[in-house]
Design a protein around this ligand. Structure first.
Ligand SMILES: [Zn+2]
Ligand SMILES: [Zn+2]
Length: 212
């Protein structure tokens, strides 16, 4: 499994990931953060067969490039069912705070916890991690966890926005993500990569240090 990360929305520092199976070239794009043509060029230059566009959640800084990618490739747009209804709502996806004309096309596929998404010879597992939004998800494939705004390096997602719930986010992380193998590499929606082991120890919200 190969991946590349793009920073097409520097003011928010959102990580957009392109993930693919090196043999079949089948690919998914996670959180196209802005309508930047570099994302289109990369898919073409890497000779990828884009199979899915996946949003880890409905916030504007993760969905603003959906329309551009969908207009160029026949890939279905996928999001958890609990965030899907609000995907196209400018107020609820928060784009009103930074650019009121950002809207997303509606979702084509509604995801649920435990769904498997096939990418060439790999299976991507959908893990529902509500708390930052109701329909936040992480994607697990081959020891890589794309964690959206649920878990960051030494941080967790905001829970003060509509649909946020601190206790729910903490239990999503502790009950689901921290059950993954220690060596799992965590690739967050913002900021640098980390590992499950590191966050279990050092995360000030959910790690060992948080209990001291
Ligand atoms: Zn968010
Ligand atoms: Zn975000």
């Amino acid at each position: 499994m190969k991946y590349k990360v793009y920073n097409v929305l520097p003011e928010f520092g959102t990580n957009t990931y392109l993930v693919w199976d090196e043999n079949s070239r089948q690919a998914m794009m996670i959180d196209p953060a802005a309508p930047d043509r570099i994302l289109l060029e990369e898919i073409k230059n890497l000779k990828l067969d884009l199979k899915y566009i996946i949003n880890t959640h409905r916030h504007g800084d993760h969905i603003a490039g959906n329309q551009l990618i969908k207009d160029s490739f026949p890939a279905p747009l996928c999001i958890h069912k609990d965030d899907a209804a609000k995907l196209t709502d400018v107020k609820l996806n928060l784009s009103e705070f930074w650019n009121a004309d950002i809207v997303s096309p509606p979702a084509d596929v509604l995801l649920e916890d435990g769904n498997m998404i096939t990418l060439g010879s790999y299976e991507v597992i959908v893990i529902h991690t509500p708390g930052h939004t109701q329909g936040g998800i992480c994607l697990l494939v081959e020891g890589l966890l794309f964690s959206g705004d649920s878990l960051f390096s030494k941080g967790i997602g905001r829970t003060d926005l509509p649909g946020g719930n601190y206790e729910m986010l903490v239990s999503s992380i502790k009950d689901k993500l921290f059950k993954l193998p220690d060596e799992t590499i965590v690739l967050p929606g913002h900021g640098p990569e980390t590992t499950i082991k590191k966050e279990k120890r050092e995360n000030p919200f959910v790690g060992l240090d948080a209990r001291l």
